[in-house]
Write a protein that binds this ligand. Structure first.
Ligand code: ASP
Length: 431
């Protein structure tokens, strides 16, 4: 049995659903569990519904209507109007209507999970009906009945023992009388039946959880790229596809911010030695990139860019050394604010760290530190990580940029850079 995952980009419109159905038809004869995300940018749109509802700006219903229209259009284009899909999708949207009818009494994160999860429930219903209408013997599974989590809404942690047992039993039994099981990524449930979510972009992780629980032969992520590339094709022209990657390399890349796979995806697969294929959804016969335990090969320079970074320079006011106690206080605050540190370094009297630019969190950080330290924050920066760097690759990445911070390990270099404004650049060139 194999697990397929299709992200929002692969089901952004009716032709997307048809393409997914064709990929599945291409694998006729295989037993498949299919994990699907919400269509296109639906999760972002549902997030705005939550915000409008919670802060009562009066536009939640209007925003929800636009999302509904979008889905009904897809159903219409797929030629499924008049079938039971309409009732199915209506029933799901009605659940949000009910929530929006009430006053927002509950916690933001709780409400978020109840509303945003509808995106995956609706898209998986549409996919299920699309497959059935094309003669594919599919069944549908509400993943919330088998994937159990704790109660940390928006970042729920999986309860592995219970999930393992339930996922395996239900998928195996569904696959006894159907070829394909369609289910949702990103969402789960507490044991009290409250819907939870696993964190943004979490559908890859769901597919890895299901692969682990069912001891899948392999997991396949279908994407709008030929496989794992050496850089972001929207930013660089000369990127190449890698045929193979080790789990270790993949985990390092995602740790440094590569968006190609969700960072939590690799561990469950590595633990059971299940290979992961990152494949192009416009070419089902290509195997894309294989990620597995196979021995490390030779890697070309791999570039990962994280935008919108901030450099926080923290220095002691009294010229005492930065000691363990200071660092422990700083990290206490970072953990309280859930700010992830991307790079850091300390000198005798200062401590510098690079974090994602979250305006409100950074202001709180500054406020909390300012009693003891003087704090300077520079924003509008990029963090560039080059794995397996070469001199040429570093030069290329530094071109037209001012390097504010640099850290070099044996096979990884990280730079925090700022664009050099055009006028200054011209003057430099004239020199
Ligand atoms: N729909 C969710 C998101 O956009 C989960 C996913 O696509 O992986 O974050």
């Amino acid at each position: 049995m194999n697990v397929f995952k299709f992200g929002g980009a692969s089901v952004k419109n009716a032709p997307g659903f048809v393409n997914v159905a064709e990929i599945i038809a291409f694998f006729k004869g295989e037993k498949l569990a299919i994990v699907v995300s919400a269509t296109g940018k639906t999760t972002n749109a549902l997030e705005t519904v939550v915000k409008s509802y919670f802060y009562k700006d009066g536009t939640a219903l209007e925003k929800l209507d636009a999302i509904k229209r979008n889905h009904y259009e897809i159903i219409e284009t797929l030629g499924l109007v008049g079938t039971e899909i309409e009732q199915d999708v209506n029933d799901l949207f009605v659940e949000i209507d009910w929530i929006l009818d009430d006053e927002p009494h509950d916690q933001y994160d709780y409400i978020y999970d109840q509303i945003v999860s509808i995106g995956e429930l609706v898209s998986s219903r549409i996919l299920y009906h699309t497959l059935r209408s094309r003669g594919i013997n599919a069944s549908w599974l509400d993943v919330r009945g088998v994937l159990f989590t704790d109660e940390i809404h928006r970042e729920a942690k999986v309860i592995w023992n219970l999930t393992s047992e339930k996922v395996n039993a239900s998928i195996r039994s569904l696959l006894e009388h159907s070829d394909v099981v369609v289910t949702q990524g990103f969402i789960g449930s507490t044991t009290e039946n409250h819907t939870t979510t696993l964190g943004r972009e979490g559908s890859d992780y769901t597919a890895a959880i299901l692969s682990y629980c069912c001891n899948a032969e392999a997991m396949h992520i279908w994407k709008d790229v030929p496989g794992v590339l050496t850089g972001d094709p929207r930013k660089f022209e000369n990127v190449v596809k890698m045929e193979k990657l080790s789990y270790k390399e993949a985990i390092e890349m995602t740790y440094y911010g590569a968006k190609v796979i969700h960072p939590k995806t690799i561990k469950p697969l590595q633990n059971k030695n299940i290979p992961l294929y990152v494949r192009p959804f416009d070419n089902p016969s290509s195997v894309g990139t294989k990620i597995s335990s196979e021995a490390e090969g030779f890697y070309p320079p791999i570039v990962v860019i994280e935008e919108d970074q901030a450099l926080v320079s923290i220095s002691v006011r009294d010229f005492s050394f930065v000691a363990e106690q200071h660092i422990s206080n700083i990290f206490g605050i970072l953990s309280e604010l859930r700010l992830k540190v991307n790079m850091m370094r300390n000198t005798a009297i200062s401590f510098t760290l690079c974090v994602q630019h979250h305006q409100d969190k950074l202001l709180q950080l500054k406020e909390k530190l300012e009693n003891e330290f003087s704090v300077n924050i520079e924003t509008g920066l990029e963090m560039i990580t080059i794995r397996h760097f070469t001199k040429e690759a570093i030069q290329e990445m530094k071109r037209n940029k001012l390097t504010l911070f640099e850290d070099r390990l044996q096979d990884t270099i990280q730079l925090v850079v700022k664009e050099i404004p055009l006028i200054t650049r011209k003057k430099e060139d004239e020199k």
